[in-house]
Structures are given as structure tokens and as C-alpha cells.
Design a protein around this ligand. Structure first.
Ligand SMILES: *[C@@H]1O[C@H](CO)[C@@H](O)[C@H](O)[C@H]1NC(C)=O
Ligand SMILES: *[C@@H]1O[C@H](CO)[C@@H](O)[C@H](O)[C@H]1NC(C)=O
Ligand SMILES: *[C@@H]1O[C@H](CO)[C@@H](O)[C@H](O)[C@H]1NC(C)=O
Ligand SMILES: *[C@@H]1O[C@H](CO)[C@@H](O)[C@H](O)[C@H]1NC(C)=O
Ligand SMILES: *[C@@H]1O[C@H](CO)[C@@H](O)[C@H](O)[C@H]1NC(C)=O
Ligand SMILES: *[C@@H]1O[C@H](CO)[C@@H](O)[C@H](O)[C@H]1NC(C)=O
Ligand SMILES: *[C@@H]1O[C@H](CO)[C@@H](O)[C@H](O)[C@H]1NC(C)=O
Ligand SMILES: *[C@@H]1O[C@H](CO)[C@@H](O)[C@H](O)[C@H]1NC(C)=O
Ligand SMILES: *[C@@H]1O[C@H](CO)[C@@H](O)[C@H](O)[C@H]1NC(C)=O
Ligand SMILES: *[C@@H]1O[C@H](CO)[C@@H](O)[C@H](O)[C@H]1NC(C)=O
Ligand SMILES: *[C@@H]1O[C@H](CO)[C@@H](O)[C@H](O)[C@H]1NC(C)=O
Ligand SMILES: *[C@@H]1O[C@H](CO)[C@@H](O)[C@H](O)[C@H]1NC(C)=O
Ligand SMILES: [Cu+2]
Length: 581
């Protein structure tokens, strides 16, 4: 269904003339542009400063040019670990879970050499949330922006850090990140609130005692695999092995712990790296300020609990302003949408200096909702005020669930994604063969530097909330409601709406997103629930196709990665049995 916004939302066009879109220097109403003033040092009392740049800089437009190249090497390693005391086979970056921290400053270039040290799988790395301006070849999606890296081979990813904040990196090769191939990423920059100590990233996830590949194989004809056994906080948690006869149940695991000094303000960078659901974060007895969502700084707001969807990030500032004591830090699994065997026991400990270093906290959980979705949109106000401009194109996408060939699949606009790893979208474009198979679920966007927007309506009738992630852009969340979208009654928020790279599509509801077509590339949009991804709930936007080939700096390497993959796959013992992502 197409509709005309002019008649439905007449106010829209007044706003368009009043504001200028990103990409132009006066794009937004910038109270103070510190680039015009003396250099300002980032200290505990001036976290909004960043040298000649600041929290006011329009980073879609201007990025510090540090000239610094940060070089890293990562290897995919197949090993065994017992993050919660239960030993299992895992796939890791460099042997640890989570993988090594990758860090850079705003404006640096990251150069990461990724080696596939696995025997039996391809691999890749997607740098979640990184916009990859004109560098889609480094987006890391097998079957879209590259062929999988074959065993023994290395591929180098190179991209500029034009945003700041934190995120995670993970394999995008089928279910691999569920088995451990992920790690944290920080791009240091200014923040909208002051803090004293940066505690770094805190990765919250669910955790299975069995490889996701095995769960998938066992359930392929029965829909989603069963709920997982546990969850982890920064790669660790406990599991009750007492009385267990399972020889893999080695011990009880350990809890994540951190220490607070009274009066200190801590920056904590949260990420939900789960495969299957929503997590509510809280520290008993403490309120905190939320200062960013995904890679976007927001006006700080105060809360005592924070709902995080898969792939979403929030930076928070917590002040150690309570009595010297020990407090539970909670990653509360939201069981109303999907269960977890250890839902109420995914806990860490905050120990104040001076409190017992051994006893468990005795604090109790607050009275929070058990629900899936996003934080209130009205709380997620980007600090950098951007207004969504005139729409060049609008499309409706239908999300549904179907059973095809005895396999459960998710469809978006009647198609389930199914990629051929050996023939990625961008290779076709390089080879001037841009006729895409239907299963690639390609939506071409030809307009240049224009607004496009998308209504995603859940018509499945099933009512599951899906965290929808887009590559290559921060999108603007114009509406997010249950029920049916109706162009004549749905209000679209165009005035500095929440801006991020993952937003929840409410069960039996809709999500309206807009983005600005300033980035040639083939960009995946998908649900970040791993099972749904494997079941094909994804599409790709081929944006400004005629310009994509010119952005690929090294077509020979692109080709040779593909050739090596094809030779490996011909002899490999495992075959593709899901969408590919
Ligand atoms: C900041 O800007 C001033 C004036 O343009 C320039 O002289 C100085 O080198 C800049 N400093 C940094 C660290 O870029
Ligand atoms: C990862 O492991 C490789 C060796 O396998 C090592 O050279 C590299 O420095 C490690 N990377 C990090 C970030 O620790
Ligand atoms: C990891 O090792 C196990 C046990 O040797 C093996 O069965 C599995 O195929 C390996 N996985 C990969 C991806 O190489
Ligand atoms: C990847 O390796 C795992 C074993 O670690 C195996 O179960 C799975 O089938 C493999 N998948 C592909 C597509 O190679
Ligand atoms: C891509 O490159 C073009 C030309 O240099 C530039 O105008 C545009 O802003 C770039 N896009 C992004 C997202 O960096
Ligand atoms: C979580 O672990 C990472 C290393 O993987 C570390 O850099 C970070 O500081 C830890 N987070 C917290 C809050 O302690
Ligand atoms: C662990 O399991 C054992 C055996 O089922 C049970 O007796 C014990 O109470 C459990 N411990 C905890 C801390 O839940
Ligand atoms: C696990 O904890 C129980 C009670 O909390 C304890 O009796 C048992 O020895 C622990 N097991 C291991 C392997 O540490
Ligand atoms: C809890 O959920 C209810 C019903 O969905 C909602 O109205 C309310 O705002 C939520 N409360 C918080 C604190 O999010
Ligand atoms: C999705 O399907 C609907 C209904 O068939 C169609 O109107 C719409 O244009 C399609 N959207 C896209 C992006 O292809
Ligand atoms: C964004 O800036 C415009 C122009 O100053 C202002 O009218 C609007 O209220 C601002 N929006 C928000 C959400 O702060
Ligand atoms: C890549 O390979 C294809 C087909 O094998 C070939 O047509 C194309 O010219 C190659 N491109 C480059 C840059 O080597
Ligand atoms: Cu989903």
C-alpha cells in the first residue's frame, strides 16, 4: 500500500522547509560549536569536550582527522571454555570469551586483520553499528559484502571511526556468534554527562550449554530451539553443579564483580550480546543516568532499570552514592517473551570499598516490568538535534511467519533471505552482474542524499517482539506502536526522533524508520534474534548501486577471498543450512 504523506501529515512539509538535512553544514541547530572556539580538554568535569571538537559536533558531517591507524590482529579459535563452570566447545576470538577489546579514538582508522583459525567453518566480522561510510566492503556480512574467510585465510577490515561510544564486533557467519565469536569495541569520544572512571564495556548475554549449531540442527523442522540454560555478565556467571552427574559441570562458575569507591561516578558501557531475548539491567538501590543509545549521545535521563534489546547499547553513569555495602548487579532475563533456565540468577556484585569482599549481597530486586521492547521513545532524545526531512520514497514491508518445505521461516515482504556465500551481492555488483536472486531479498534504493522511510508491519499474528538492526546507517525511529499502521492516524515524530541502529518491532505492531541515503553499499536489515536471522528474517538495501563498485578499494582481494572460499566449501564437511547470516 502506498500513500501520500502530503495529505496525511500536512505538518511535514512545514518542517522540511524549516530544517536542513544532514550532509550540509548547517544541518542542525547547534547551540555551541566548539570547533570555533579554543581547544577544550576532556576531563572529569568537561566530558563534553574533545580537543577542537565536542559533543556539539555534527559527526555525520565532520570527524576529527587524527591520522592515527589502530592495527589489531584477531584469530578465530575453536576451543573449550567453561564461562559458568559448565565446559563446552566454543568458537572464540583469540581463545577468550568475550574476545579482546578493540579500542580507538574518535576519528582514528581501525585496521583489523582477521584470520580464520577454524578447521570446519568460514568466518567474518561485522562491526556492529559502525556506519562504514563508503567502506561497505568492511561490513563483514558473508553473502552480502564478502565471501566468508576460509580456514587458514586472513582478511583485513579497514574503516574510519566517525562515530564515538561503544559497541561489539561479532561473526556474521550463520550462528557463529552464539558459540562465542564476539567481543567489545570502544571508540573514545565526548559524553553528555561527566564521570570519573570508565569501567569499560559490560556485555550481557544468554548462554547455552550446547553449540547453537547443534540446537539448530535438532530443531530445524520444529521452529525455534529450546530456551537456553544460562546468561553471562561480561563472560561469566554461576551455575549450580552440586549433585550434577554431568562430567562437563566442572564447578559453580564465578560471578562478575566490580568495586565502587564512595562518591565516584562510573561510566559503564552496556551491550546486549544475547541470541534470544531482552535483558533488563539494574544495580539494586542505585539510580543512574543513561547518556547514549547505540552510537548516539542522548540528553541524560535518570532511571533505576534499563531494558536492552539484542545488539542495543547504552552508556550509563552510576554514582557510588549509597551506603558502603555490597549490591547485586542484575541482568534480568525478560521471560514474558522468551524463557531462560537461570532467568533470575544472572547476577554480578558491586562491592563498595570497605564492604565485605566475600559475602553475597542481601539486596532485593526493584519492582520492574517484565517486558520486551525499547525504552520509552520520549526518553531517548539525541543530543545532536536532527530533523527528518522530505521523504523521497516510502515503502511498506510486511513481516510474517510461514512454513515452507517443513521448515519454519520468517518472511519479510513474502521472501525469506537465503544467501549464496560464494556469490555475495557486492561481488555481483563488482562483476557487473547485478541481477539478484529473489532469495537475496534485495530492495534497491537509487535516490541520492534523500530521506527514505520504511513501515515494517508485523502481520504474523504471533506477537513476538523483534529487535530490528540496520547496517550502514543510524536510522530515525518515527513511530513504534502495537496495532496496524495507518497513514491517516499514525503520528510520525520527525523532530529529533530517537536515532540508533537497533529498534524493537512490537509484536503485532509496527515500526516506522527513516534514513538518509548518503552511503553507497549493500546494507543488511535483520532481526537480531539469531534463530530468526537463520530463519531468513532479513533483507538487504542496495543503496546507490552504481557507486558501490568504486568504493571497493581492493577488488582483487575480494575476488581471491571468494576463490579460496569456493575451493574450501567444495571439500568442506558442513553445508549451509540456514539463511547464511
Ligand atoms: C585546533 O584548531 C586550531 C585552529 O584551527 C589548530 O591550530 C590546532 O592545530 C588544532 N588542534 C588540534 C589538536 O587539532
Ligand atoms: C590475537 O592473537 C594473535 C596471535 O594468534 C596475536 O598476534 C594478537 O596480538 C592477538 N590480538 C589481540 C587483540 O590480543
Ligand atoms: C571445533 O572442534 C570440534 C571438535 O574437534 C569439531 O567437531 C568442530 O567441527 C570444530 N568446529 C569448527 C568450526 O572447526
Ligand atoms: C560450523 O561448525 C560447527 C561445528 O563447530 C558445525 O556444527 C556447523 O555445521 C558448521 N557450519 C557450517 C555452515 O560450516
Ligand atoms: C561517501 O563519499 C562521498 C564522496 O566523497 C561523500 O560525499 C559522502 O558523505 C560519503 N558518505 C559517507 C556516509 O561517509
Ligand atoms: C568487562 O571485561 C572487559 C574485558 O573483556 C573489560 O575491559 C571491562 O572493563 C569489563 N567491564 C567491567 C564493567 O568491569
Ligand atoms: C544446587 O542444587 C542442589 C541439588 O539439586 C540443591 O540441593 C542446592 O540447594 C542448589 N544450590 C543452590 C544454591 O541453588
Ligand atoms: C558448588 O557450591 C556448593 C555449595 O554452594 C559447594 O558445596 C560445592 O563444593 C561447589 N562445587 C565446586 C566444584 O566448587
Ligand atoms: C511497565 O509496563 C506498563 C505496561 O506496558 C507501562 O505502561 C509502563 O510504562 C511500564 N513502566 C515502566 C517503568 O517502564
Ligand atoms: C512490500 O510488499 C508490499 C505489498 O505487496 C508492497 O506494496 C511494497 O512495495 C513492498 N515493499 C518493498 C520495500 O518492496
Ligand atoms: C530541535 O531544534 C529545533 C530548532 O531549534 C527545536 O524547535 C526543537 O524543539 C528541537 N527538538 C528537540 C526534540 O529538542
Ligand atoms: C573477479 O572475478 C570475476 C569472475 O571470476 C571476473 O569476471 C572479474 O574480472 C574479477 N575482478 C577482479 C577485479 O579481479
Ligand atoms: Cu525476530
Amino acid at each position: 500500500m502506498k500513500y501520500t504523506l502530503l495529505t496525511c501529515v500536512p505538518v511535514l512539509f512545514t518542517q522540511i522547509t524549516a530544517h536542513i538535512v544532514p550532509g550540509e553544514h548547517s544541518a542542525y541547530l547547534n547551540p555551541i560549536d566548539r570547533r570555533q572556539t579554543a581547544s577544550c580538554e576532556n576531563t572529569a568535569t568537561s566530558r563534553d569536550c574533545w580537543g577542537n571538537y565536542s559533543i556539539n559536533t555534527n559527526y555525520y558531517d565532520v570527524t576529527p582527522d587524527t591520522g592515527v591507524i589502530r592495527e589489531y590482529w584477531l584469530t578465530a579459535v575453536n576451543t573449550t571454555l567453561a564461562p559458568d563452570g559448565y565446559e563446552r566447545q566454543v568458537l572464540t576470538w583469540n581463545g577468550t570469551y568475550p574476545g579482546p577489546l578493540i579500542e580507538a579514538d574518535w576519528g582514528d582508522t581501525l585496521l583489523v586483520h582477521v584470520t580464520n583459525g577454524l578447521e570446519n567453518n568460514g568466518t567474518s566480522i561485522h562491526w556492529h553499528g559502525i556506519r562504514q561510510g563508503n567502506t561497505s566492503e568492511s561490513d563483514g556480512v558473508p553473502g552480502v559484502t564478502q565471501c566468508p574467510i576460509s580456514p587458514g585465510n586472513t582478511m583485513t577490515y579497514k574503516f574510519r571511526c566517525t562515530q564515538y561510544g561503544h559497541s561489539w564486533y561479532h561473526s556474521h557467519f550463520t550462528l557463529q556468534y552464539a558459540d562465542g565469536l564476539l567481543g567489545p569495541l570502544i571508540i573514545h569520544g565526548p559524553t553528555t554527562a561527566n564521570w570519573d572512571v570508565d569501567l569499560g564495556t559490560l556485555l550481557l548475554s544468554d548462554w547455552s550449554h550446547t553449540s547453537a549449531f547443534i540446537l539448530w540442527d535438532n530443531s530445524a523442522s520444529k521452529g525455534a530451539p529450546p530456551q537456553l540454560e544460562n546468561g553471562l555478565i561480561n563472560g561469566t556467571n554461576t551455575y549450580n553443579c552440586t549433585g550434577s552427574t554431568d562430567s562437563a559441570c566442572l564447578g559453580n562458575g564465578t560471578r562478575f564483580e566490580t568495586t565502587f569507591t564512595s562518591g565516584t561516578k562510573y561510566l559503564i558501557r552496556l551491550v546486549n550480546t544475547a541470541i534470544d531475548g531482552y535483558i533488563r539491567f539494574a544495580i539494586d538501590g542505585h539510580s543512574f543516568s543513561v547518556i547514549s543509545n547505540d552510537f548516539v549521545a542522548i540528553e541524560p535521563y535518570t532511571t533505576d532499570n534499563l531494558l536492552i534489546g539484542i545488539g542495543q547499547r547504552y552508556e550509563i553513569v552510576v554514582e557510588a552514592d549509597q551506603d558502603v555495602d555490597n549490591y547485586w548487579l542484575r541482568a534480568i532475563w525478560q521471560t514474558t517473551c522468551i524463557g531462560n533456565d537461570n532467568a533470575d540468577n544472572i547476577l554480578g556484585i558491586v562491592r563498595y570499598d570497605g564492604a565485605s569482599t566475600t559475602s553475597d549481597p542481601t539486596t532485593t530486586v526493584g519492582n520492574f516490568n517484565n517486558s520486551c521492547g525499547d525504552e520509552l521513545l520520549s526518553d531517548l532524545v539525541p543530543y545532536l538535534n536532527l530533523t527528518v526531512g522530505a521523504f523521497a520514497t516510502e515503502e511498506e514491508l510486511d513481516l510474517a511467519f510461514s512454513i515452507a518445505n517443513s521448515l519454519f521461516t520468517w518472511t519479510i515482504n513474502t521472501t525469506s533471505l537465503l544467501l549464496d556465500w560464494a556469490d555475495p551481492t557486492e561481488l555481483r555488483i563488482l562483476n557487473n552482474d547485478p541481477i539478484f536472486p529473489t532469495d537475496y531479498n534485495v530492495h534497491e534504493i537509487t535516490v541520492v542524499d534523500q530521506w527514505v522511510y520504511w513501515v515494517i508491519q508485523d502481520t504474523s499474528g504471533i506477537g513476538i517482539t523483534h529487535p530490528i538492526h540496520l547496517h550502514g546507517h543510524d536510522f530515525f525511529v518515527l513511530a513504534q506502536e502495537t496495532g496496524s499502521f495507518d497513514a491517516s492516524t499514525t503520528t510520525l515524530n520527525l523532530d529529533n526522533p530517537p536515532r540508533r541502529d537497533v529498534a524493537s518491532l512490537p509484536g503485532n505492531g509496527f515500526l516506522v524508520l527513516a534514513f538518509y541515503t548518503d552511503n553507497p553499499g549493500s546494507w543488511l536489515m535483520h532481526c537480531h534474534i539469531s534463530w530468526h536471522q537463520s530463519q531468513g528474517l532479513a533483507l538487504q538495501f542496495v543503496e546507490r548501486e552504481s557507486e558501490i563498485a568504486a568504493t571497493i578499494t581492493d577488488p582483487d582481494t575480494f575476488n581471491s577471498t571468494c576463490k579460496a572460499w569456493s575451493s574450501f566449501y567444495a571439500t568442506g564437511k558442513y553445508i549451509e543450512d540456514d539463511s547464511g547470516i
